[in-house]
Ligand binder design. Structure first.
Ligand code: NAD
Ligand code: TYD
Length: 362
C-alpha cells in the first residue's frame, strides 16, 4: 500500500498516468495536486473521479503550506512530479511562469519531501520521489548520435533551462540529503488528452477545421515520438524497480521529421473523414511559417539503459499509436471544443499571426 502524490495530474501525461495506475493491480492511494492552469483539465479524469483510491486537490505546488499539509495529512511516501509549464513557444513569449512553477515549485516539493522523508520515509520503505524531466535538457543533436543519461546538459529554450534547473535541484537533494530520487528524461509524447498547442493535436485540430497547418522553418526538425501509454508504463517501471540516484532516458526509437508527421496526419484524416469541402486534400493546408527562435534541430534517445536494467521497451509502434490518437480526437470532439475556448483563440491568434508572411522555403 502506497500513498502517491501525483503533481500535474490533470495535464496530458499526468492524467494518462493516473488512469493507468488506477487500472493496474496496485492498491495505491492517488492524490492529484493540480493548479488547473490553461493546460489542466479535471475532465481528463472524469471517468475515475469516483474511485475511492483517488483524491483531487486543487492547488499550487509553490504553496508550501498546502504541500506540507498534504504530505502530513495523506502520509505521502511516493511523489511522481509532472506539474510544469510545458510548452516551448509559451516559454519564449513569457518565461516567468516557467521559472516559478518549474524551478520554485520543484524546490518546494523537494524541501517538503526531504523533511517528511527524514521523519516518515526512513521508517517506511520504499519511499520514492520521481522527477519527470525531458530530453530537451540535453540541447540539440546534429544528424547523428543519441541522448543518453550521460549526455551533458545544454538547455537552449527558457522551458528546457527551467527543467534543467529543476533536475539539478532534484539531484542535489539526493546527494546532499539522501532523498530517494529518480529522474526520467523522456522524448516527445503523443496520444489522448494532449492540449492542442503541441504539434500533433494542433495539426489534427486544424485538419478537422480546415485551417492552415503552420510548419516552422523548413519542417526538417526531428523529434523521437513516444505514445503516452508507453511513457506511463516506463514511469511505473522506474518507480517499482529504478535505483535511487539514477536517471533513465525513455524514447520511442521513432525519429520523424515534422513534415513527415504533418503529411501523415493529413492523409490519415482525409482517409477517415474524406477530403476538405473544397475537394482538396489536406496537404494543401500545409503552410511553412517563420521558424521558432532557437529551434532545436533534432532529439533522439538511446533508451538502452531502461531496456537492459528494467526490461522496458515501448509496446506501441508509431503506426498503432498515431491511429489510436487520431481516432481518439475524432471521437472526442466535445473535449476538443471544450479546450478551444476564448483564451486558446487569443493564444493562437497571437502566436500564429506573428509567424505568417515570414515563411522560409523548405
Ligand atoms: P501539460 O502542460 O499537459 O500539463 C501540466 C499540468 O501541470 C497541468 O495540469 C497544469 O494545470 C499543472 N500545473 C502547472 N503549473 C502548476 C503548479 N504551479 N502547481 C500545480 N499544478 C500545476 O504537461 P505534460 O505534457 O503532461 O507534461 C508533464 C511533464 O512531463 C512535464 O514536467 C514535462 O516537462 C514532462 N515531459 C513532457 C513531454 C511531452 O512530450 N509532453 C516529454 C517529456 C517530458
Ligand atoms: P512541440 O509539440 O511544441 O514540442 P517540442 O518543441 O517540445 O519538441 O513541437 C514539436 C515540433 O514541431 C518542433 O520541432 C516544433 C514543431 N512545430 C511546428 O512546426 N508547428 C507548430 O505549430 C508546432 C506547435 C510545433
Amino acid at each position: 500500500m502506497r500513498n502517491v502524490l501525483v503533481t500535474g495530474g490533470c495535464g496530458f501525461i499526468g492524467a494518462n498516468f493516473i488512469r493507468l495506475l488506477l487500472a493496474s493491480a496496485k492498491d495505491w492511494q492517488v492524490i492529484n495536486l493540480d493548479k488547473l492552469t490553461y493546460a489542466g483539465n479535471p475532465e481528463n479524469l472524469d471517468d475515475v473521479a469516483d474511485d475511492s483510491r483517488y483524491t483531487f486537490v486543487h492547488g499550487d505546488i509553490c504553496d508550501r503550506e498546502l504541500v506540507e499539509s498534504l504530505f502530513i495529512g495523506q502520509a505521502i511516501d511516493t511523489v511522481v512530479h509532472f506539474a510544469a509549464e510545458s510548452h516551448v513557444d509559451r516559454s519564449i513569449e513569457g518565461p516567468d511562469a516557467f521559472m516559478r512553477t518549474n524551478i520554485h515549485g520543484t524546490f518546494t516539493l523537494l524541501e517538503v519531501a526531504k523533511n517528511s522523508w527524514s521523519v516518515v520515509g526512513k521508517r517506511k520503505n520504499p519511499y520514492r520521489f520521481l522527477h519527470v524531466s525531458t530530453d530537451e535538457v540535453f540541447g540539440s543533436l546534429g544528424p547523428t548520435g543519441y541522448f543518453t543519461e550521460e549526455t551533458a546538459y545544454d538547455p537552449r529554450s527558457p522551458y528546457s533551462a527551467s527543467k534543467a534547473a529543476s533536475d539539478h535541484l532534484a539531484r542535489a537533494y539526493f546527494h546532499t540529503y539522501g532523498l530517494p530520487l529518480l529522474i526520467t528524461h523522456c522524448s516527445n509524447n503523443y496520444g489522448p488528452y494532449q492540449f492542442p498547442e503541441k504539434l500533433i493535436p494542433l495539426m489534427i485540430n486544424n485538419c478537422l477545421q480546415g485551417k492552415p497547418l503552420p510548419v516552422y522553418g523548413d519542417g526538417a526538425n526531428v523529434r523521437d515520438w513516444l505514445y503516452v501509454e508507453d511513457h506511463c508504463e516506463a514511469i511505473v517501471r522506474v518507480l517499482d524497480q529504478g535505483r535511487p540516484g539514477e536517471s533513465y532516458a525513455i524514447g520511442g526509437h521513432n525519429e520523424k521529421k515534422n513534415t513527415e508527421i504533418v503529411e501523415l496526419l493529413c492523409d490519415m484524416i482525409d482517409r477517415k473523414v474524406g477530403p476538405l469541402p473544397s475537394g482538396n486534400p489536406r496537404r494543401s493546408l500545409i503552410t511553412y511559417v517563420r521558424d521558432r527562435p532557437g529551434h532545436d534541430r533534432r532529439y533522439a534517445i538511446d533508451a538502452g539503459k531502461i531496456e537492459r536494467e528494467l526490461g522496458w521497451t515501448p509496446r506501441f509502434t508509431f503506426a498503432e499509436g498515431i491511429e489510436r490518437t487520431v481516432d481518439w480526437y475524432l471521437a472526442h470532439g466535445d473535449w476538443l471544443q471544450g479546450v478551444l475556448n476564448g483564451t486558446y483563440q487569443q493564444y493562437y491568434q497571437k502566436m500564429y499571426s506573428d509567424r505568417q508572411g515570414a515563411a522560409e522555403t523548405p
